[in-house]
Structure formats: C-alpha cells, structure tokens
Design a binder for this molecule. Structure first.
Ligand code: SAH
Ligand code: SF4
Ligand code: F3S
Length: 456
C-alpha cells in the first residue's frame, strides 16, 4: 500500500504550476473538530496548497461539521448552500464535507441527492485518508464518499496550528457515557486514548518550538488511559506535562463530574503550571432530569464535588454547560438548575435549549412545557448568570495579573487582548509585537465578559 506521504506528494506534483492553489477551511463544533482541522490543514499544506480567508478565491473548500444540535446542522447546510454559486463560477473547485454530521446516514443521503456539487465526504474516523480521496477526485472526477464506522487513532499526521504560542493536543477521542440526549458517542465512537509517550513527545516538541500554553482535549479527559495496556491516569499525564520545560500554562477540556477523581484534584492543586480553571458541565440541577439524562450523579453529589474542588484550589475558576428544556423538565425542575448556578457562581455558562437528536434515547421522550416557556427559562438563566459573572469579576479590580497576549482586540484596533490564568479576557493598550508573550496587567475596568487594564 502506498504511504500517506507518497499520496500527498502525488497531489503536490499534480497541482504544481505557476499559481499556487488555495484552500479555504471552515470548522464548526468543539475543540476536537478544531484539532482535526489542524491535521487537515497540515495535510493540505503538505500537498502544496496555500490558504485563503475568502471562499471565492479557493480551489478547495473543506467544512468540518458538528451534529450536536439541530441549529448547528442548519447553519452548516446554509454554509454549504452558499458555496453553490462559487462552484458555478469555478467548476474545478473541490468541495469537501467531513466531521460528525457525516457519521449520520440520513445526512450523507441528503448530501448525495440534494447537494450534487459536494465532491468529497468523509467522517470522523478516516481523516488520515483525505489525501487519497482528494487524489482520487482530482484524477477521476467522480464524487468520493468514504465513511467508516470505527477507526484507530493515527499518529504523526502533519499539523498546521493556528498560532505559535498556544496549542491544543488531543489525548483521547470518543465517548462511552451515552448521555441520553447526546449524539457524540454515535459520531465519535468509543473512547480511544493516545499513547502516553506520544502525547508527551508531541508536547516536548511544541515546547522546543516556543509554545507556552497547552490545552489537552478529549470528550471526557478523565477517562484517559482506561483503554491502554498499563492504564495511565489523566492525573499522571497532567503531572508529566507539568514537568515539561517551557510549558507555562496547561488547560484541559472536558471533564465529566462522575469521573473527576480526588487524585486529579490533588494534581491540579499541586502542579504549578496547571491553570486553576475547570470546565465542569452539570447539564441540569434536578435529580429527576439528571437521571433521565443518564448523567450518573445527583445535584447533591455535584455540589459536594464543587465544594471539594474549591477547598483544594481556593482561587479556582469554574465554567459549565447547561441544557434547558430537556424532555420532562418543568419550570420547577429548572429552579434546581438556577439553584446550582447561584450556589457555584460560575465564571462562564454555556447554555443551550435541548435539541432532539435522532437515534438518541431522549429523542423519544416527551416535553411537558412549551418551547416558549423553555426560551423564557433560558433568558432568565442568561440574565442572572450575567450578574453572577460580573460580581465574580469585581475581585479583579486594581490587582495585577499575568496575561498571555493572544492578538488584537476585536472591538478596538488600538487594544490587544489576552487571558489570565483563570481564562478571563483582558484588553489593554499595546501592539502586535506582544502576541504570544506574558505581560503584567493592572485591572482598571470591570465588564461582564472582559476586563480592561494597563501594563505595569
Ligand atoms: N463531552 C462533553 C460535551 C460534549 S457536547 C461533556 O460531556 O461535557 C457539548 C455540550 O453540548 C454538552 O455539554 C451539552 O451541554 C450540549 N449538548 C449536547 N447534546 C445536546 C442536545 N441534544 N441538545 C442541547 N445541547 C446539547
Ligand atoms: Fe455527550 Fe455525555 Fe459523552 Fe459528553 S459525556 S460527549 S455529553 S455522551
Ligand atoms: Fe459537535 Fe462532534 Fe464536537 S458533534 S460538539 S463536533 S464531537
């Protein structure tokens, strides 16, 4: 069999010419999809493509899709629909769809029949075969649909990262939890962990290249290693990353409350480079709803866990995910969700209205309140959380924090934007030479979603 590198070289030779061909990439969904896209971009670069921010200039368009909520899917269909006109102007354009949506048979059927201008479709398990699919399309002209139902983690794919200072590193993928509302176990398959040594070597290489911040990613990082021969735990991994010279900030997403061990809390407390920040989705406050969701913890257990974490790491910054309007959730049940919010006082809450996903157990469960009531509940949550977040931020006033500078502020060209260890966004006056560096900032103004400060 031909190696992947040979195939990439064949594409490179095939597209070589006076003009460098350009790729436009677009990613929906979670950190996992973003990490996959970094591999896809790495392979595109290896095959000789340049990149453009404008799909109209592209020779190949790649969209990595997300299936977690219906809204995400609608957006993606709209996105793909907008490429039809571009393809009419440029019939040689290659349009590629990949990712979680493509693991659903009904979606693939729809693409086959209603989106004839889509050329290549693959799922989450065969990203590494993308060069071969592209080669087939470029030489054979036929549409290429290759979706697998399982696959191994493939090491050593080229990676084109977004920046030179902060990198995401996948540690595991897939999920065995089967929360009753969630499509991810169906689109990403069972949990598979990367070898301990491969992760550590990748991060050591990143440190040598000058990266200072690492985010370890996986659907449930706490399950890391359970499927490996010598069963290394996630806390062992965290401690090993903490020892890597040059890496100053270590973050990780996502943790399932049922799997967050005392060992991990201790590792977080003891490792000086592990950021005192934790994303800990609770989804709902009512025990009845948690049971229907198959989350395997109660509200009381979750709150006790949060207390334990706060006791071990007093300055911890917590964020969470909440689903509003799960089937069977009454407005009284929702009060339990609000109660958790007020007790924990999160720094950030990602909240969504429940979206029915075909094939999941919850899709057959019945609603007890109207869509209108669900939206009212969500609005109330957003409103009250805004105030909680603002109150949390007040303690930052007049203090000095180390900020890792990420880029220009989106709202003001003269301002730069960066993050504290706790993940707070800070705006301050500065220039682009500071990107990727640490600066000390004294906070002078508090807002809900960011703060303003000055260099000291
Ligand atoms: N593995 C992660 C989350 C993956 S999905 C975890 O367990 O925390 C990201 C978030 O999307 C979830 O936390 C949940 O809040 C939300 N989500 C998942 N399925 C959903 C659905 N059917 N409707 C609404 N929100 C959903
Ligand atoms: Fe989905 Fe639950 Fe797995 Fe998270 S833990 S990916 S919410 S099934
Ligand atoms: Fe979406 Fe797939 Fe992530 S469904 S949230 S992109 S794992």
């Amino acid at each position: 069999m031909e190696t992947r590198y040979n195939v990439m070289k064949k594409v490179r030779d095939l597209i070589a010419g006076e003009r460098q061909l350009l790729a436009y990439t677009c990613v929906h969904g979670c950190a996992q999809n973003e990490a996959d896209m970094e591999n896809i971009r790495g392979m595109l670069r290896e095959m000789g493509y340049g990149f453009t921010e404008n799909p109209e200039n592209a020779d190949v368009i790649v969209v990595n899709t997300c299936a977690v909520r219906e809204g995400a899917e609608f957006k993606i269909y709209g996105n793909v629909g907008s490429f039809k006109k571009i393809k009419e102007k440029n019939p040689d354009l290659v349009i590629v769809l990949c990712g979680c949506m493509m693991q659903q048979e009904s979606v693939v059927e729809k693409i086959k029949h209603s989106y004839p201008y889509v050329d290549i479709v693959f799922g989450t398990f065969n990203i590494a075969d993308f060069p071969l699919m592209l080669y087939k399309k470029l030489t054979g002209k036929k549409r290429v649909f290759e979706i697998m139902q399982e696959g191994k983690i493939i090491e050593g794919l080229p990676t084109l990262r977004e920046n030179k200072f902060s990198a995401s590193v996948s540690v595991m993928s897939g999920c065995n939890n089967f929360c009753s509302y969630c499509i991810v176990p169906y689109t990403r398959g069972r949990e598979r962990s990367r070898e301990f040594g491969a992760i550590i070597n990748e991060i050591k290489d990143l440190a040598k290249e000058g990266y200072v911040e690492i985010t370890l990613i996986g659907q449930n990082v706490n399950s890391y290693g359970k499927d490996l021969a010598d069963k290394p735990t996630f806390s062992k991994l965290l401690r090993a990353v903490n020892e890597i010279e040059g890496i100053k900030r270590i973050r990780f997403v996502t943790s399932h409350p049922k799997d967050l061990s005392d060992e991990l809390i201790l590792a977080m407390a003891e490792c000086e480079n592990v950021c005192k920040q934790l994303h800990l989705p609770f989804q709902a406050g009512s025990n009845k709803i948690l049971k229907l969701m198959n989350r395997k913890y109660t509200k009381e257990q979750y709150l006790a866990l949060v207390e334990k974490i706060k006791a071990a790491i007093p300055d911890i910054s917590l964020t969470t995910d909440v689903i509003v309007g799960f089937p069977g959730e009454t407005t009284e049940d929702f009060e339990d969700t609000m109660d958790v919010l007020h007790k924990v006082k999160y720094d950030g809450v990602y909240s969504f209205i429940y979206s029915r996903r075909g094939g999941t157990p919850a899709a057959k469960m019945e609603d007890v309140i109207s869509e209108e009531e669900k939206h009212k509940n969500l609005e109330r949550l957003l409103e009250e959380q805004k105030e909680i977040g603002y109150q949390n931020n007040l303690k930052y006033m007049d203090n000095v924090y180390e900020v890792l500078v990420e880029g220009k502020s989106k709202s003001n060209d003269n301002m730069m934007s960066g993050r504290t260890e706790s993940g707070k966004i800070i705006h301050f006056e500065g220039d682009e030479s500071l990107i990727g560096k640490f600066v000390n900032i004294k906070i002078t103004k508090i807002k809900t979603y960011y703060m303003v400060g000055e260099r000291v």
